[in-house]
Design a protein around this ligand. Structure first.
Ligand SMILES: Nc1ncnc2c1ncn2[C@@H]1O[C@H](COP(=O)(O)OP(=O)(O)OP(=O)(O)O)[C@@H](O)[C@H]1O
Ligand SMILES: [Mg+2]
Ligand SMILES: [Mg+2]
Length: 613
């Protein structure tokens, strides 16, 4: 990236002025679509005029999509294989992983200012003086941010600390106006938790039925501004995100398999969502993971305690920052593990480094040497008082945590009749929105048919929500998926319409084939015209199921017997099994599912008996 012009930086740092494009780059790089910081909040500091770079406005493909396409291309070219050969090496080396998860808390305000935390709004429209470090501005701790933070910590079995404090962690980057991040370093608000992962969570087979991973601590901290990277080394800055409240969850280095690491991140996302601590998951950028990776020779004899729960001498760790999908967590660990083993086996030394990973790549890339405590010059923030948390608040939150995901899975499996795999998928898709949608469909269905068995309804609805609806959009990338469900479980196809459709299906008012056609119509009408319902589609198309009349059965049976004289002779000669063939022939041409197998058999037998007689 080219340097920010010193004059622009100076105007910003000392005068709080941003160019109208809302970014620190010279005006020609700034897109006019990104409006300036609210002048209301800026006391009318006049932002310089900017002209739009016309080349930029041509860029319409989202960056994430480009990365995905690039990854697909590379995979197709066959450049993405390497790790399989390493199985033998893995017998000699043990992998160790510790993860830091940054999750955006579910609050209305930022951590130290009253600016709104609303996302996906016009860039740079929710920014208070303090958020951009205007000289003279002060942090004001927004107490309500503690509630989701505490709920998260309790769901992860942590001990809540009576007193915690905020510290400054110094480093300069364009996404952090103050030159330091306010975090909790010396005294975090939660410590010593754990999470239990089961086989159904997707842990590695080597971890057996369950594995418990310790959580060293959870701290509250500020988020940074969002950098929106564009092709051509152009980076736009959105300060709406700066100062949003995050929790950083730090695990002990107790993970030894890449798939277990991915399972841990997935499960933490599900848990945070279940207790309403965080509503946005990785898919929406509300959760990011840094993975710390080291390897050591198996059976290495020397051991010494360290600060991570008394574990023995681990290898030198490297850290891969900012992973934004479960797959990226797994793939990046595999790539880094293999790189470290290769390097050590070749006689090299692992350096403490921060490394990066891009979707679809097969290698991690060095970004910089790992910052140490000294580099960060941690110091207690003199502008913030200690946070004192009362026992009454903690016990109230503990008692009102609600149903946790392990329990939720049990309910979906035991009561709703789903497989564990489907229950997991429902809970993890769309940040939990798909499970909510599923429950809404079941509820609507039971409203139409209260006597129905819950397990039967659950199975039917689960199958349609996950598989039939999923099939409508499986070619599309997440961000393009028009069926994306909100956290409250609504989407383009209303739950009530799907419930009505499934009710007609299970009461034989329509056939399975018709139900699929209606679903596709509801999807299309939701996209283009709106207003169609299950009923209006079926009435319009005349798709109600009408069973064959006796006369029609007889006509069809005769047709089939006439066309298969040889088979009829075989049956007459005693080969009863051939009757199935004739029934199959009757059903074959039946596009609308109107032929009932037992009735068809009855008719065939009647005609055969007549021939015998
Ligand atoms: N040898 C090791 N191998 C693998 N993981 C390790 C090792 N030593 C420590 N870790 C993990 O590294 C992580 C360290 O996170 P922590 O936030 O404490 O420090 P940091 O990475 O230096 O800080 P930050 O990245 O926030 O600036 C923990 O998850 C820990 O389990
Ligand atoms: Mg950390
Ligand atoms: Mg770290």
């Amino acid at each position: 990236m080219a340097r920010i012009a010193p004059s622009v930086l100076r105007r910003y740092l000392f005068g709080g002025q941003l160019p109208a494009g809302g970014c620190l780059r010279q005006p020609r790089y700034c897109r006019s679509a990104a409006p300036s910081l609210s002048t209301k909040r800026y006391h009318g500091t006049q932002a310089p005029d900017t002209s739009t770079d016309s080349a930029l406005s041509e860029t319409t493909i989202p960056f994430r999509k480009q990365l995905k396409d690039e990854a697909k291309k590379r995979k197709a070219e066959g450049t993405g294989k390497k790790s399989k050969q390493n199985n033998q090496k893995l017998e000699n080396w043990e992998l160790t992983v510790g993860i830091e998860i940054h999750a955006q808390l579910n609050t209305e305000r930022k951590l130290f200012s009253a600016a709104s935390s609303s996302i996906n709004d016009v860039p740079n429209s929710h920014v208070a003086f303090f958020d951009v470090a205007m000289p003279g501005s002060q942090p004001i701790f927004q107490k309500e941010t503690l509630i989701p933070a505490l709920r998260a910590a309790l769901a992860l079995n942590c001990e809540i600390q009576k007193t915690s404090r905020f510290d400054r962690k110094h480093y300069f980057h364009w996404d952090q106006p103050a030159g330091y991040q306010i975090t909790q370093y010396y005294e975090p608000f939660a410590r010593d938790g754990y999470i239990t992962l089961y086989a159904h969570d997707g842990i590695a087979a080597e971890d057996g039925d369950e594995v418990r991973i310790g959580i060293k601590q959870i701290q509250m901290e500020q988020d940074t501004a969002k950098t929106i990277s564009q092709p051509g080394d152009i980076h736009l800055l959105d300060f709406n995100r700066v100062g949003l409240p995050l929790i950083e969850i730090i695990t002990l280095p107790q993970i030894h398999h890449p798939s277990t690491a991915a399972a841990l991140v997935r499960k933490i996302q599900i848990i945070l969502n279940a207790v309403d601590a965080c509503v946005l998951g990785m898919q929406s950028g509300g959760l990011r993971a840094d993975v710390n990776v080291s390897v050591r020779r198996r059976n290495s004899s020397s051991s010494s305690p360290n600060s991570y729960g008394g574990v023995t001498n681990l290898g030198q760790r490297t850290e891969i920052k900012n992973l934004s999908s479960f797959k990226a967590v797994e793939d990046a660990i595999i790539a880094e593990r293999d790189r470290q083993i290769d390097l050590l086996e070749a006689g090299g030394v692992i350096e403490g480094e921060t490394r990066g990973w891009t979707i679809g790549s097969t290698e991690t890339k060095r970004l910089r040497g790992k910052e140490g405590e000294v580099d960060y010059r941690y110091m207690p923030d003199p502008d913030l008082a200690p946070v004192v948390i009362g026992d009454d608040l903690v016990s109230h939150l503990k008692n009102t945590l609600g149903i946790l995901p392990d329990q939720d899975i049990n309910i979906l499996v035991e009561d709703y009749g789903l497989t564990t795999k489907d229950a997991m998928s429902l809970l993890s898709l769309n940040d939990g929105g798909t499970a909510e949608y599923f429950r809404n469909v079941v509820e609507e269905y039971l409203f139409l048919s209260p006597e129905e068995d819950l397990e039967k309804v659950g199975k039917l609805c689960g199958n349609w929500v996950l598989h039939e609806m999923g099939g409508l959009t499986h070619d599309l990338a997440d961000e393009e998926n028009p069926l994306k469900m909100t956290s409250s479980g609504s989407c383009l196809i209303p739950a009530s319409e799907l419930a009505q459709l499934l009710h007609y299906l299970s009461t034989d008012k329509i056939t399975g084939r018709t139900a699929k056609k209606v679903l596709a119509e509801l999807f299309a009408s939701g996209l283009y015209t709106r207003g169609h319902t299950t009923n209006s589609v079926i009435y319009r198309e005349g798709w109600w199921f009408t069973p064959l009349s006796e006369l029609e059965y007889e006509g069809l049976a005769k047709e089939v017997l006439d066309a298969n004289g040889k088979v009829v002779d075989e049956i007459l000669a005693g080969k009863q099994g051939k009757v199935n063939f004739l029934v199959g022939q009757m059903m074959r041409g039946d596009q609308d599912g109107r032929v009932d197998a037992s009735k068809a058999r009855e008719r065939v037998m009647k005609l055969i008996d007549a021939l015998k007689g």
